[in-house]
Design a protein around this ligand. Structure first.
Ligand code: NAD
Length: 340
């Protein structure tokens, strides 16, 4: 097994988790890169004699690959620098803050023939795999709609709004579950605190081939932490609750059927209730699964399950929401997402 030196740019909330996970993989040496000396001091305190550097440029010659875990606005510059030097790159979500930047990253990775991987962590989450398996098995029947909620109080971001910060997860999860990108995206987003970015948003994404709508609610301003995906099928319904310890996915054998409108006072629908079943899901830390896959792709030359093109697809949907939020009223815009 060839040893790899991987630089993690950004030792913040999420980058510190990459450093922990990568540092535990066999044959991987981690270099911590952060522009703020106090963050490097913290990395030394936690990890002991780990290599720490103030900028990517200072150590790029000595690296085999780079993980970009700096704030979103810095992703493109850092990734393009590393790709240009022929280094494989894993970029956190959202892969870039504009379609033009994401296209430039995908193009450069192709030209240099190096690995570009999007850090869509939920696509490496065994509970999401189980949910997809349940949908694909037909157990739920025809999918009527999907609803997601990603709410919490805090982690306001300086360089992007709540849609760019949190909705990449839901766009990635739902498009993965349905095997297609939305043809159309509608958004309602508002700022309630501060002067900068929208902190509460609702998206509607239309998936044309499956004729399914997905409704996404993201918020930095909610008293309750919620991480939930609900899939409503004609026969059954499934709920994935990422905060549950041992019942992450539950399948509800319940449903509603429309009745013929013949009797004047009859109910318009009938209800069916049944068992609630929670399948066993072996826990693996999604970030560990994702980063192990990145290392494997670097070693074997395999294409990642979430290549740069998939990161670009998600950025296209996010960019479409910008056109809508620029307007004071909710607007419908074509997301121009391409199936990956
Ligand atoms: N996949 C997930 O579930 C997940 C979860 C949280 C955050 N993220 C993503 O991870 C990234 C980082 O988020 P965070 O919450 O850790 O941010 P953070 O603000 O906590 O940390 C960012 C760090 O990057 C450093 N930095 C900024 N620009 C730099 C540069 N040019 N060179 C070197 N260091 C630089 C900062 O000093 C800071 O320490 C974001 O893209 C975010 O969307 C992903």
């Amino acid at each position: 097994m060839n040893s790899l030196r991987i630089g993690v740019v950004g030792y913040g909330y999420w980058g510190s988790k990459h450093v922990r996970v990568l540092g535990g993989l066999p044959g991987v040496e981690v270099v911590v890169i952060d522009a703020v000396p106090a963050r490097l001091a913290e990395a030394r305190r936690v990890h002991g004699p780990v290599s720490c550097v103030g900028s990517l440029e200072q150590c790029l010659d000595d690296l085999d690959a780079v993980v970009v875990a700096a704030p979103p606005a810095a992703h493109a510059d850092l990734a393009l620098t590393a790709l240009d030097a022929g280094r494989g790159v894993l970029v956190e979500k959202p892969m870039a803050t504009s379609v033009a930047d994401a296209v430039a990253m995908v193009d450069l990775a192709r030209t240099r023939n190096v690995c570009l991987m999007a850090g869509h962590t939920f696509e490496y989450n065994p509970a999401v795999w189980k949910l997809k398996e349940i949908i694909d098995s037909g157990e739920l029947g025809r999918i009527l709609y999907i609803d997601t909620a990603r709410l919490d109080l805090g982690r306001y971001q300086a360089d992007c709004n709540v849609v760019w910060d949190l909705a990449p997860h839901d766009i990635s999860i739902v498009s993965y579950l349905l095997d297609e990108m939305p043809a159309e995206t509608e958004v309602w987003a508002r700022r309630h605190v501060g002067q900068r970015h929208a902190d509460v948003a609702y998206l509607r994404m239309e998936f044309a081939r499956r004729q399914v709508n997905a409704y996404v609610h993201v918020s930095w301003l909610d008293p309750c932490k919620v991480r939930r995906v609900t899939v409503v099928g004609e026969r059954k319904m499934a709920v994935y609750n990422d905060l549950s310890d041992n019942e992450r996915v539950r399948v509800y054998d319940i449903g509603v059927s429309a009745l013929e409108p013949d009797a004047a006072h009859a109910m318009p629908v009938s209800y069916r209730t049944g068992d609630i079943v929670s399948p066993y899901i072996r826990f693996s830390e999604p970030l560990l699964v994702q980063d192990s896959h990145f290392v494997e792709c670097l070693r074997t030359g395999a294409t990642p399950a979430t290549p740069g093109e998939r990161g670009l697809d998600v950025v296209r949907v996010l960019a479409a929401t910008d056109h809508a939020t620029a307007d004071r009223h909710a607007a419908t815009v074509r997301s121009l997402g391409t199936a990956s």
